[in-house]
Design a protein around this ligand. Sequence first.
Ligand code: TNX
Length: 488
Amino acid sequence: MSDVSGVVPAPLVVQPSSQAPFVITRSTVVVVDAADDLMPLAVLTADLLGRVSGRAVEIRYADLDTPGVVRMRLVDDLPPGPETYRVVVGGGRVRLEARTTEGLVHAVVTLRQLLRERPDGGIEVDAVRIEDAPRYAWRGLSVDVARHFVSVPDLKVVIGLMGHYKLNVLHLHLTDDQAWRLDMPSRPELVRRSSAHSVGGDPGGYYSAADWDDILAYARARAIRVVPEIDVPGHVNAALHAYGELTPDGQPAPEYLGIDVGFSRLHDDLPATHAFLADVFGDLADMTPGRYLHIGGDEVLTMGADEYARLVRSAAAAVTAHGKRVVAWQEVAAVPDLPVGTVVQYWDTRADPEPFVAAARAGARILLSPGSRVYLDMKYEPGFPLGLEWAGHVDLRDAYDWEPATLVDGLPPDAVVGVEAAVWTETLRTLDDLTTMLLPRLAAVAEVAWSAPGRRDFDDFTERLRGHGAHWERMGIAWHRSSQGRWD
Ligand code: TNX
């Protein structure tokens, strides 16, 4: 496959055509069927085409198939799957088709990546037929907004990048030792006492209920679901600082702004603990339209296995009581009697995978976030000014060249629901820091998660990615010019 069209992740089927390119002109018009409820998406599309071409692009409700038209439609004559879509360019028109609005969002993103500037400054798209569908249904990015707060405007930039690479799950790590970042109606002291700072005393912040709705809506418009995480029973110092009743001596824990892990914990024998779990996961369920809530469960280094299991089950029960499904980090694999359908997230490439593989064999669903591949807070190379090194260095090829189905010995391939990158923010203080770690590696992880194994090839990927650096630059987004990429 030598397909230099610039589309990342690589689509399933690309058929170039010998017809003339489609050119955006003053008379280009986006058409949608009034019955399809596609107006919001048509507005996004017309706006995008207008901005790129410098010409006003109108929208019409019409059943029109004439030259100059970009026609968006919901159809059934596509292979199964909610995210399947088709882009057909030729005969002076563009057809964007999918079974659902999510699929149409992907079609629009693909069209955007196909747009090319002509020598005369006009914008055109080569004639082509693309039929596409994702390999995995869960293509995520986990963002740690606890160690360093990420403001709503900054988070929207990250969401925009996710959409551009067809990632569809934004996992927000909302709580940790240093801070609690989402206001919970039942527990107002959490953000009141534990959100003002970030690691090292940097400024903090939190999301109000209105901010939260804003984030959800912005993500939804880009076909992205939000999976919020409240990390228990470890990583809880911010909660212990806000509510002294959660500590054995009843005294609030001191604020903690360092970057050690594993020292804080809930206590199973304190009745306040279980009331707390019921309250915060109840609030979180009420505030979250999606099906999944993440309960954390990682790195509890100061607790026996039985107490750990009881606390994890208590948190999981609070989630399922509200009709939601549980997601948790790899360590929970050792807990007996997890709810059916729990998603277990693999991360620690240093740990013995056996309990984790056993959980998968017993029916757990597996989300793959191997630290040595997709932890985008790892340094690209020794001496890189940002990031950590515990899982090694992760350059562009490391993030790209791995196969989810065979990553963990003995893991049933069918158990894998998807792939999720993660960016932890101990050392990342600004939006520029954050995007420097995401780009270009996020595009690599997105292709691992989306593209069929036979469509993946590192050289072909770097060729298609070639022009993306210039695109990030035009958007004012900081990125790392990895020596493993090929940049214009
Ligand atoms: C491990 S990944 C952690 C986080 C750190 C991260 C840094 C996981 C579940 N726990 O607490 O921020 O490493 O890379």
